[in-house]
Design a protein around this ligand. Structure first.
Ligand SMILES: [Zn+2]
Ligand SMILES: [Zn+2]
Length: 372
């Protein structure tokens, strides 16, 4: 005759569910097979406590037990006689995980299941400045594992069929017993795929793997406005997975080459334009470059060298049109000619004289004051 369940757990007959659970956890912790390897006495105690908890934690079974005792349970098919430790773990799954602070050996987390998805791939793509700004279409060559052409990825010879793996019953996982513990792991017979293919039925081209090395030409549409470091995702263009599992993705990582004239900060563009001295002084209209073509700009009279003018919306478009395009900033600097015609030189000297500039430039005293 089994011991009284209340006695086993060491609780009063009117103990509530919380108290019962606490008592069981304490006992289970103490006699857990993980902590008492090869100790039949601890195993028996663990089992006894688990049976008591199985009954007392259920309102219905507890009522039957209170009224009719062990025989009453048997009569109603409630006999909680666990035949193996695995039953205990599966009956109270979730309880043992937190019992050992999540560190319980191999139970619960981290199991991988079934056929594996394909790996992601990355393709670095260099664009010139204008391609990135305006968008473009690019042919890229990708080396990857694709579905085998001979079997379309099934890994089977034409006409051959596969069956479920016998070792794991097609689950892809097996439960391995380690001492009293049961550990769920990848089925070694089918490597987690759950399939069984007779070696004679395997595709000759890929030896049953369902995949082959492939070189593929892909056309990538680059949206206007992409910038260095952005990634485009081509869904399903990574490595193919196991039969039945999705392929990985291909990530195209953008790099953008610098431009000789334009600089870029996000969606804003900047360029520096040399302007003849008389235009800066007297004002006038000039032609300035933008990434979209030429624009006219009014230079006001008396513009300082280094002054920046902004053309709204003449910068880089936002990717996928999310918001207005950026601005284009034009910095005007005085164009200092390295070569002068005789006439120009004559006029400049005359101007210098008029302004008294010649004298001041040659006045060494000014520079001495400045640099000590
Ligand atoms: Zn094949
Ligand atoms: Zn298997």
């Amino acid at each position: 005759m089994p011991r009284d369940y209340y006695e086993v757990l060491g609780v009063a007959r009117d103990a509530d569910g919380k108290v019962i659970k606490k008592a069981y956890r304490k006992l289970a912790m103490k006699h857990h097979p993980d902590r008492n390897p090869d100790n039949p006495e601890a195993e028996a105690k663990f089992k006894e406590a688990s049976e008591a908890y199985e009954v007392l934690s259920s309102d219905e079974k507890r009522r039957v037990y209170d009224q009719y005792g062990h025989d009453g349970l048997k009569g109603r098919g409630f006999d909680p006689n666990f035949t193996d430790m695995g039953d205990i773990f599966s009956a109270f799954s979730g309880m043992f995980g937190d019992l050992f602070g999540g560190g319980g050996r191999g139970r619960g987390r981290g199991q991988s299941r079934g056929p594996r998805a394909g790996a992601d791939l990355e393709y670095p793509l260099n664009l010139d400045f204008m391609e990135a700004a305006h968008g473009c279409s690019k042919e890229i060559t990708v080396h990857r594992h694709a579905h085998c052409g001979g079997c379309s990825g099934s890994g089977l010879k034409p006409g051959a069929t596969e069956s479920g793996c016998e070792t794991c019953g097609g689950q892809g996982q097996v439960i391995q017993a380690q001492g009293f513990l049961r550990i769920r792991t990848h089925c070694p017979a089918c490597r987690g795929t759950g399939r069984h293919v007779d070696p004679a039925d395997r595709c000759d081209d890929c030896s049953g793997s369902g995949r082959e090395r492939a070189t593929e030409e892909l056309t990538v549409t680059i949206p206007a406005g992409v910038d260095r470091g952005m990634q485009l995702r081509l869904v399903g263009k990574g490595e193919v997975g196991d039969p039945g599992a999705p392929a990985g993705n291909l990530f195209v990582t953008i790099d953008v080459e610098p431009h000789s004239l334009f600089k870029r900060e996000g969606v804003e563009t900047v360029c520096t334009v040399p302007v003849p001295y008389p235009v800066m002084v007297l004002g006038g209209e000039i032609t300035v470059p933008t990434i979209h073509g030429e624009e006219q700009l009014d230079v006001p009279r008396g513009t300082d060298s280094g002054k920046v003018f902004t053309l709204r919306g003449k910068g880089i478009p936002r990717v996928n049109g999310r918001g207005p395009a950026g601005d284009h900033h034009i910095q005007l600097v005085v164009d200092v000619p390295k070569k002068l015609s005789e006439r120009a030189e004559e006029l400049l000297r005359e101007l210098a004289e008029e302004q008294g500039a010649e004298g001041s430039v040659q006045d060494r005293g000014f520079w001495q004051k400045l640099f000590g």
